[in-house]
Design a protein around this ligand. Sequence first.
Ligand SMILES: [Zn+2]
Length: 89
Amino acid sequence: MWLVCRSNIPHSAGVGFEGWTLVCRKCSSGRLEKFNTEMNFHFPGWNGLEKPTVWVFPEVAVCLNCGFAEFSMPEGELHELAEGVQNTE
Ligand SMILES: [Zn+2]
């Protein structure tokens, strides 16, 4: 998501976020919606099949125009993925 100003008011006027809109970073559409999700991450390669998966329940922003989606990995689960990937190499 990008935060884009669609206002004609100069930024120096101190308008805060008035006139700003979240838009898709792929197609620039403003048709973004957030969804609660559950994702189950599997580690890559044959060794990854033997490792426990990592469940994540992020809020995902989806562009209802082009389908592009994004989210931030929570810190704890990010650490689990980083550790798991290191041990499969
Ligand atoms: Zn889009």
